[in-house]
Write a new protein. Sequence first.
Lengths: 326, 607, 305
Amino acid sequence: MFVLSFLLRRLLQGSLIILLVTFIIFTLLRVVPGDPARLIVGGMAPDEVVAMKAKELGLDRPIPVQFVSYLGTLATGDLGTSFVRPKSGASLGGAAFDDQTREERAKVLDLILATLPMTLQLAMVALVIALLVAVPLGTAGGLYPGRWPDKLALALGSLCVSTPNFWLGIVLTLFLSVKLKFLPAIGYRGFSYTILPAIVLAVEIVPFILRTLTVSVAQVMREEFIQLAPIRGLSRSRTIFSHALGNSAIPLINLLGVQLGMLLGGVLVIEFIFDYPGLGLLTINAVLQRDFPLIQGIAIFISVMFVAINILVDLIAMTIDPRLEY
Amino acid sequence: MNGPILAVSNLGIDLQRAGETRRVVDDVGFALAPGEVLGLVGEAGSGKSVLARALVRAISSPLEIVSGKVVFEGKDILSADRRELMAIRGNRIGFIGANPMGSLDPRLSIGSQIVEKLRSVKPGIGRAEAREKVLDLFGRVRIPSPDARFHEAPFQFSGGMMQRVMIVDALVSDPSLVIADNITQPLDVTVAAQIIRLIDDLRQSLGTAFLFISSSLPVAAQIAERTLVMQRGRIVEKGRTEDIAANPRQAYTRTLISRIPPIWNNVSAPVATEAEAVLKIDNVTRTYRVRRRNTFNGFNAVKAIRGVSFTVKARENFGIVGESGCGKSTLTRLLAWLEQPDSGRIAFLGKDLSQLSSRSLTEFRKSFQLLLQDPYGSLPANMPVQRMIEEPLLIHGVGKAEAARLAQEAMAEVGLSMEFAERLPVGLSGGQRQRINIARALVLKPQLLILDETLSALDQVEQAELLDLFTRLQATHGFSYVFISHDLALVRRMCHRIAVMYLGRIVELADNATLFERPHHPYTRALLSAMPTLEDNRFPRSRYLLDGEPPSPIELPSGCSFRSRCPRAQGDCQRIDPPLLVIDGGNAAACLHMHEALTEKETADVE
Amino acid sequence: MTDIVRENAVPPAAAKRGATPTQRMLQIAFARSDFRIGLIGFGLLVGLAIFLPLVSSIDPVKIAYSSKLLPPFPAEGWKWPYLLGTDQLGRDVLMRCLVGLRYSLLIGVTTVVLMFIVGCSLGLYAGFRGGWADAVIMRLTDAQLSIPMIILAITILGVSRPTVPAIILVLGLSGWPLYARVARSVALGERNRGYVLGERVLGASDLRIMLLFVAPVVLPPIAFVAVLDIARMMIFESILGFLGLGVQPPTPTFGNVIADARKYLLNAWWIATMPGLFMLVSLTCLNLMGSALERARNAVLRGEA
């Protein structure tokens, strides 16, 4: 079956990429200055204790050896244990090196799976908001190039893409949350806490959809089969909705895969500002605390997600456009 | 109903651009009777396509209808309200365009789109009923396996098949009029002839009237009883097609007809003479591996060239003709040494090209040049004209000053005015661009010029001018030309010897006179019968035109690759793949039964 | 219908002068009002950023408690010349914005130039050669795209004093795949053109063809991408600054200024809001220019000029 062979090939390529990414992050962490062992035992600890901790964590071995053994644990489905976070959930740092409460670290996979749903919720809400705003406007812009919907789309897109997301978060918090008490901002105590961060994230997504749609809708409307449709007897609404939009969606879906990395960056910053307990916040804290296993685990997880999403996007594109199969 | 089904009077259409207004359709009037086929002939820019669209009121800015009436079945389309218009378009009037591959949504199945059209114009029809009707019409236009092909997307069809699909699309609503705008232009000549025959059959059985628009009078003459000749927006001549062809009254029509190259009568075909060989191809093959869809790592072998041999002599024009899929383009790449053959030899001036070191190969490349079809893609947009012509010299190490001098000489020789020297190619016509290409080829003083459909994108006038140029250059420099073309008329006029290709093989190789007067291979005869001409065709279509399309080069029939369509196929044709068998002199054809065929024909002629 | 219109089209004035596609693109862009607005606005701001700190006596870094927390014009209590107010240490907000703009531009433009050179070279090579080179370079871009820039940045920079070159390197790593992809698709498109084949028949080397013929074709599509990217890089840089990973205080950059000002949001909202607005305006101008360039290039491609 064609789909099977396609999947097989893409999974193979995907695995290679994931491997490559893992190796890069792995090496990078160990090459760049900043000692996790010292961070864990505390800055005041004597050198021998630090060295012992390093040995315990396996950080004294050569990098390739560490990598191979890491791959070994991966193969069993174990993403490792956090250097830093205990099972209880609280984050650490700075305490004395012989503090007994430091034992019992959390498993990386658990940490990831606990925070993933939050980020997904944020992403979904943001996507819905962005689509609701950008699809009608972008389509209108493409249908009437050079007229006011197009100009509005261009202006709005430029405005959105020029707005630093952290600044927007701060300003919106000030007005909507503090001054007007409209929406809650910091932390998470219910679904309404997702809305403000989602708006900020949506502002990042909107310009991309606007730009792609206005160009591709305008392009499709110039195609011969669209021009011929009314002559063949098809009504205008049918021409636009059935044929023009369907063909315009293809470039949009194709570029989605490429944009993912950028969006993830936005998610990270936004979760940081709003103290939103998702994967992004987890990542930032992990990096700042040099929590190697957690960072690596997240990196692998994200790569796998990217590969999976890219494959999914390609499959959807092929369903919409049968030419791509060939 | 009595009276004409379509009556156009005083139609005027303006084009607005850059503040100027130009009249592109001027005071046009004509009538079309029910069931009649009316031809509309005009060159590029005559306004015929604009006229066609105006008849269905598909005119929008910057074009504007400024006067006239288009009365269809008693109703003036130009002043009808939206509902009336929608009841006519796609319903009572069908439309087929010149670009079959781009006429339907590329993502959806063609069957569903025709059903969609039918249900849009006749809302009462149910889905199953519509589907039945579509499948029935598929059978009538002779699309094989209609049930399966119903679900396929446009890209899975060839040009000819897709045009049949569009014919179904136009006829599915039982229109009383179909407008056919240049529908055979993108098609191979035998496929075009089939389509025209098909339309003729259909209109006789269905009683549909046709407005058949074409840029070529011979093409329109195949089907139109009456014809209108259009020039610069006006109808300059109208009448029965036969009368116009035999006795044109207007000067323009006379010029138009005089430009049609003669094929059968009053032809001075070039005669082959002896000379030394410049290019020798010996049993060359080339196969491509194409990934096979449904498997993980499977490949299909596309046998593009399957054993081709011929020789081109000095000062000779050698023609290679064939339709889509015959391997012409691959052969071009091999001749220009852009790709190497998988087996066989290509020898130029006696030297086997594969044996040359890369340095001597570069040196050798000066002696043969390639001229391609597309005048727009073949010139880099960022380089001034003279610099482009200097480029070949610069690559081969000629000094800047010397290169400039030689480039200017070449420009003069091909008729390019010096004012173009510093210009970028933007805005130049197709003919001018091809002259630049010719100058580029000339400048290295080659001995062989390979012309791959070089003139196909040009209009008649430009073609004729360039052909004269080619002849002049040959007299001055002693070139040999290889003309690769689908245009038999061109080849008839220019070439000494001609090879006919089919599915990667040469099926007939003969001198000009023999090929056109006594062709031996049934495919050659079919090609000749399909050629549109105003003269009496020596090979009438009723006898020689083939059905169907060539098989895919991935799955060739065993034995003779032509046997699946050959009217003469017999038992041994299935087992033996005939090579080129000599007829006489330098002529040969690849058919086991060619002599029998000829005898039969002679008998038929006598009767 | 468009072919009928084009058949009768008049070559526009630009064509008569014989301009290259890049020149035509620029001509169309300059004729657009949105491009001009963006250009003027951006030019003004850049001009201010370069010259005002040179001639003004206000020091963006020096602490001056006497003039702290002054609101902007026209709010009550504002003082000349502090048009946008002052922060908690008495420093002029406007001046700090201008200095921040300098750094943003420096980093943004340098990064884009580097990405352009490296990305386009790799992309051209990959698209033109195909085969091994193409496969390797494409997998590299895939891998690069799979690593979100933020993670890379935080990892590398979250460690010691981030220097300008390090920031440029990290930003550049995140963005070069786009240039490679665009250049590659241009190369793939040109590879089979008639004149390239003609060059090969003549025996021209691949390098010659790439440099002489294909590279100029890359310019129009990349031009607007580059302009838009400068804006994008400026935002990235400000994000890094906000997280504490960019240029460190007391040198003011948009990011660290806004981060600093968070605590004063309720009392002195202008310290955080003004720099953001400043960025918004400058980047909107840049983006207007970039979008106009994109529309201009599409028009050239379609043959409307």
